[in-house]
Design a protein around this ligand. Structure first.
Ligand code: CP
Ligand code: NVA
Length: 305
């Protein structure tokens, strides 16, 4: 049975193992040198990327394999070949496909027709690979995730969705602090709440960022204007004004708190220079961990093939 990572829910049963494996891979990279010997990963990017593209490509090289960047502009998919046929054909050449898409339904469709693992490299609903690296980063800093208070401040977007689900799976107390009209999707919040009930965690929406961040162990933010939302830039910037992660907001959090940002950051917009460059920031370790986490994800999807 082919295993895919379309939603972070797809790795619910092995998320702990993937996080631990990411940490082990980071510590002992040589041990994993030939794990994907002669394997090829195809990477379809409908949207821009720095971290996801480079970390997957380098990860495959370091595992002994190879990655191909595939632009939909150059693929026949851009001229009307169906996603299903693309999946059928790529399955005959490659060992794994990573897909960054505008519409999550297209990632689901590619996975449905693919005979090899499909990894969601971000869509409009989720960003599961990002959250694996984030949880790995939190584990490195705090050793245990259970019971930590993690507050996501900003837009209830793809990153927020996977973070609510992933944090709930780890028994964290997750809060999303988002303005009215920009809350995470209700069905994702409902799902995260039901996961948290099983793990002893909790999920809350608190609109006031200062109330939300009180005693937080982790504060997380992302851009206010995601790829695909560019037309709403002006209205978003005014709706999110109160949601900047700045020195004043950090003051209400735990003294030992860490600040995460999936990047790219818009300095002076959703986060200040002082915070992202300050002592609480773990954003650069978080970015590095994307590569270790990608390796752990690829190896996990191959384990039971
Ligand atoms: N965080 C993240 O996914 O970055 P990229 O868009 O640069 O891949
Ligand atoms: N929410 C952002 C994440 C970028 C990594 C976006 O979708 O553009």
């Amino acid at each position: 049975m082919v295993r895919h990572l379309v939603s972070i829910m797809d790795i619910e049963n092995c998320l702990d193992d993937i996080i631990d494996s990411g940490i082990d891979i980071k510590t002992n990279p040589a041990k994993y040198k030939n794990s994907m010997d002669s394997c090829s990963l195809g990477m379809i990017f409908e949207k821009s990327s720095t971290r996801t593209r480079v970390s997957f490509e380098v990860a495959m090289t370091q595992l002994g394999g190879h990655a191909l960047f595939l632009s939909p502009k150059d693929l026949q998919i851009g001229r009307g070949e169906t996603i299903a046929d693309t999946a059928r054909v790529l399955s005959r050449y490659l060992d794994c496909i990573m897909y960054r898409a505008f519409d999550y339904k297209n990632v689901e469709e590619l996975a449905l027709y693919s005979e090899i693992p499909v990894i969601n490299g971000l869509d409009n609903r989720e960003h599961p690979c990002q959250i694996v690296a984030d949880l790995m980063t939190i584990k490195e800093k705090f050793s245990d995730l259970k019971g930590l208070k993690m507050v996501y401040v900003g837009d209830g977007n793809n990153v927020c969705h996977s973070l609510l689900l992933g944090g709930a799976m780890q028994g964290m107390n997750v809060v999303a602090s988002c303005p009215e009209n920009y809350h995470p999707w209700k069905k994702i919040v409902d799902k995260a709440e039901s996961v948290a009930e099983q793990t002893g965690g909790s999920v809350k929406i608190i609109e006031d960022p200062f109330e939300a961040c009180k005693d937080a162990d982790v504060i997380y933010t992302d851009v206010w204007v995601s790829m695909g939302d560019e037309k709403e830039e002006e209205e978003r910037e005014s709706a999110f004004m109160k949601y900047q992660v700045n020195e004043k907001l950090i003051e209400v959090a735990s003294k030992e708190c860490i600040v995460l940002h999936c990047l790219p950051a818009h300095r002076g917009v959703e986060i200040t220079d002082g915070v992202i460059d300050g002592v609480h920031s773990a954003a650069w370790d978080q970015a590095e961990n994307r590569m270790h986490a990608q390796k752990a994800i690829i190896l996990e999807l191959y384990k039971n093939e």
